[in-house]
Write a new protein. Structure first.
Ligand code: HEM
Length: 340
């Protein structure tokens, strides 16, 4: 007798386990960083807040609809691109482990998505407001997090340790440099969100096109001046999103930048060259936003290797390394009582 995952109380936990198993079975044979070590390192660097995500802690659930385009259908057999509306469970968040992180700082914003496809198939992803991630490999990421651990006495990271690690691993500074050169986003609905990893789009005949995606707001991005950001205060993004969605104004084009032979698609710190052709795979429209601390995203962990038939992972080691810590993170949150 087969087990129906939809009847298991925590479908999201089952999904995380299935995606973890898939990611691990397709991963290279070298050992992965222990996922609990990642979770402990997040807690030591960002603080521990029961029930909250250890990364992207401050966030809000939303639901929307995705409609795939003819260009999407031409590139991939994934049912997400059929052209029929696909329900999506979204989560917008601010980077870091602090549930009270300020909305008016030059930091990361996130857009996590779950496409609920026909036949119980699910496509999950977690996208960020920078074209690069803050580390090139899982080993470098755990090293960076451990260098940022808060000192028991000062409650701050040890600046010597932070500097020594960054000096030896300059890739970890790329993302911060990107954010420093950008304005504070005016809205969760007015900033680009990159997938950062390479993925293969496979058509019905088995032809594969590699690419990297970005969700770009319809009508363009919008930033705040430093004075405007100060005046907005630390908590405006969730209400701003509710107002814009009520006015029917939050939608994103799901764009894929097409890789050419020889392009690097296995690194989360190496964007494709700017001049690579971009195609629009479809449009995501946000339909409603949940009240604070409620909604369908609370018990979901967005595992980026939960992919539909017709989309395949690249060999980026950061991609394969995500599933297990996300599953452990979800387990900790559910055990404590999921809060946001
Ligand atoms: C080894 C590498 C990584 C580890 C260990 C890691 C770990 C985590 C953990 C533990 C969470 C909280 C999950 C939960 O409680 O549901 C999280 C959230 C998140 N991560 Fe990562 N992460 C990694 C790489 C990345 C990369 C490369 C990206 C870039 C696209 C990324 C984007 C996100 C986003 C957008 C969220 C928030 C998702 C949400 O709203 O639920 N992560 N990460």
């Amino acid at each position: 007798m087969s087990i129906d995952p939809l009847k298991i109380p925590h479908k999201s936990l089952w999904l995380a386990c299935a995606a973890t198993a898939a990611a691990l079975s397709s991963a290279p044979t070298q050992a992965q960083v222990d996922p609990t070590r990642f979770l402990d390192a997040f807690e030591r660097a960002g603080g521990k807040f029961d029930g909250f995500r250890r990364s992207g802690a401050k966030g809000v659930c939303a639901v929307g609809e995705f409609i795939g385009s003819a260009e999407g259908r031409a590139l991939s057999s994934a049912s997400a691109f059929s052209g029929k509306p696909v329900p999506v469970i979204a989560r917008f968040s601010v980077g870091g482990g602090n549930p009270k992180a300020p909305d008016n700082a030059k930091t990361q914003r996130n857009l996590a998505l779950q496409f609920d496809l026909p036949g119980g198939e699910v496509w999950q992803m977690g996208n960020i407001s920078a074209p690069v991630f803050g580390a090139a490999t899982p080993e470098q990421f755990i090293g960076r997090l451990e260098s940022l651990a808060l000192d028991a006495e000062t409650k701050k990271p040890n600046p010597d340790k932070v500097k020594a690690f960054a000096d030896a691993n300059p890739e970890v500074l790329l993302q911060g440099k990107y954010f420093a050169g950008q304005p504070v986003p005016a809205s969760f609905g007015k900033v680009n969100y990159w997938g950062v990893h390479g993925f293969g789009f496979v058509d019905a005949g088995g032809k594969k096109q590699w690419g990297k995606w970005v969700f770009e707001p319809v009508g363009g991005t919008q930033g705040l001046s430093d004075d405007e950001a100060k005046a907005k205060g630390a908590d405006f993004l969730a209400d701003d999103l509710r107002q814009r969605v009520a006015a029917g104004g939050v939608a994103f084009d799901f764009n894929l930048q097409l890789a050419q032979p020889g392009d690097r698609i296995d690194s989360a710190v190496s964007p494709l060259p700017d001049d690579r052709k971009k195609v629009t795979l479809g449009r995501l429209t946000i339909k409603s936003v949940s009240a604070d601390a409620t909604g369908p995203c609370l018990t979901i962990t967005y595992v980026p290797t939960a992919l539909p038939k017709g989309v395949e992972p690249s060999a980026d080691p950061m991609l394969a390394a995500r599933a297990a810590p996300y599953a452990v993170g979800l387990g900790r949150r559910l055990g404590e009582g999921a809060k946001q």
